[in-house]
Design a protein around this ligand. Sequence first.
Ligand SMILES: [Zn+2]
Ligand SMILES: [Zn+2]
Length: 362
Amino acid sequence: MTAPGAPLELARRDAPRPRAGGAILETIASEVCGTDVHLHHGRLSGVPYPIIPGHVSVGRVVETGGPLADVEGRPIEVGAVVTFYDVYGVCGSCWHCLVARSATRCPHRRVYGITAPASEGLLGGWSERIEIVPGVRLVPLPDGLSPEDFLGGGCGLPTGFHAIERAGVAMGDTVVVQGSGPVGLNAAIFAQLAGAPTVLVVGAPRARLEAARSRGAADTLDIGEVRAPAERVRWVRERTGGRGADVVVEASGNPAAVPEGLEMLRDGGRYVVVGQYTDGGDATINPHRHVNRKHATILGCWGYEFSHLHRAIAMMAKHRNRFRWSELITREYPLEKAGEALRDMERLAVVKALVRPAAGRA
Ligand SMILES: [Zn+2]
Ligand SMILES: [Zn+2]
């Protein structure tokens, strides 16, 4: 991806060699997500174009720069099928890392496929090989978990997990999820696993809402059909004894969802904003009604840490048959058709799409 708006270009590079403590992966597949569409529109700041997109990927280890181990200390050998925490460069010595202890805000943090310049190596999954730089943690997929299972969750898996952790969902809570993209669907899944018997999903289009219902959402509301926010709020209140939900998770990306979601929240409830990953503009809330009198807790949720990825994969390995993440993959594309993948994602024709670099090759 050379620049915002420019067609994607295929480039040929020399096969990389691992640095000491690093590794080289042969890419099995890499996800296509809404972030890639935002990158192509130039809507994220600080992106060092040209970049190789693809921040969440699965590959086979083909070479290592010395012995490698997973976080439990088990060796990772050549041939292992792994994903990895896509963040590198977190310094561990700045104010954000040491004092605030929020590594996701470290100014040195870089992310594969997003803030990693192509000039520094194969640091994105839309590539036949991925260079794992020293310090990046590999996560072998557990037995029984396929690359398709994991990538069907994609970056929405740890992001949705993080949002539910932030929300502090308690057993018995009713949870509303605004947005039915991969983050919203994963938030709806993890809300149930965290103990919410009733999860309501407000989103579009219909296929995504069906995906939510077939994964345990008690009910869904199509915002394409019910267009008035006040009616959507009434729909939630009718299902929550008139009070509103204990927890509302915003995973829509639309700023207008925030005041609407605060209306869906019960007094004393918790509201998590995870969908505003790019600057979609301003929204107006009423501080008296939405925050103070409501006694609301409002939380932002930025990125995810290794812990969320690790624990979300453990949950997925246990619950893969119940939630069938792999079935969220609607289409796969060879590298040559990555531009088409972006267009399909943009018009919401797919729930989750994969780029499979080896597809169609000998
Ligand atoms: Zn730092
Ligand atoms: Zn993503």
